[in-house]
Design a protein around this ligand. Structure first.
Ligand code: ATP
Ligand code: MG
Length: 138
């Protein structure tokens, strides 16, 4: 995507493919745009901007969307799979929840069976460009 707006438009389109029970794993380095993507996704799923704190420091934020609930997680500060498991994440991997996880690589073993991986990558010399790739069941 050539701009933040492009990433947001892509996320909004991608949101149409999601249903309750789905888990979206957002990978990419610091500042790649995971939170930008997550917010655009949640907006498209019916969460208002006012409901989304900015920035968010919590490990799990819960939101009400259109016909679903949304759990936005950021595992960056977590060290181990056990620590994440203690948060009770499995509860979120089923309807009515749609789960969006930043830094899923902190505990890949905990991810739901049906996970869609979204990877955001920076491109050298083009600060506003991101490569976005999708993969099912990583
Ligand atoms: N094409 C683009 N898509 C997304 N974000 C972009 C793009 N171009 C520039 N940006 C900028 O990149 C930054 C992305 O920040 P963001 O907080 O979403 O990253 P992050 O991957 O969540 O980082 P962290 O790992 O620290 O949580 C924002 O400042 C945004 O404006
Ligand atoms: Mg982030």
């Amino acid at each position: 995507m050539n701009s933040e707006a492009g990433t947001c438009a892509f996320a909004a389109d991608f949101a149409k493919s999601l249903k309750p029970g789905d888990c979206v794993a957002l990978s990419g380095e610091l500042g790649a745009g995971k939170s930008v993507f997550a917010r655009a996704l949640m907006r498209a799923l019916g969460v208002s901007d006012e409901a989304m704190p900015s920035p968010t420091f919590s490990l799990i934020q819960e939101y009400a969307g259109n016909g679903c609930k949304i759990a936005h997680m950021d595992w960056y500060r977590l060290e181990s799979a056990e620590e994440i498991e203690m948060l009770g994440v499995y509860e979120y991997f089923q309807p009515p929840w749609i789960t969006i996880i930043e830094w899923p690589e902190r505990a890949p073993s905990l991810l739901a069976d049906t996970v869609v991986e979204v990877r955001l990558e920076n491109v050298d010399d083009f600060p506003d460009v991101r490569l976005i790739s999708l993969a099912d069941d990583v």
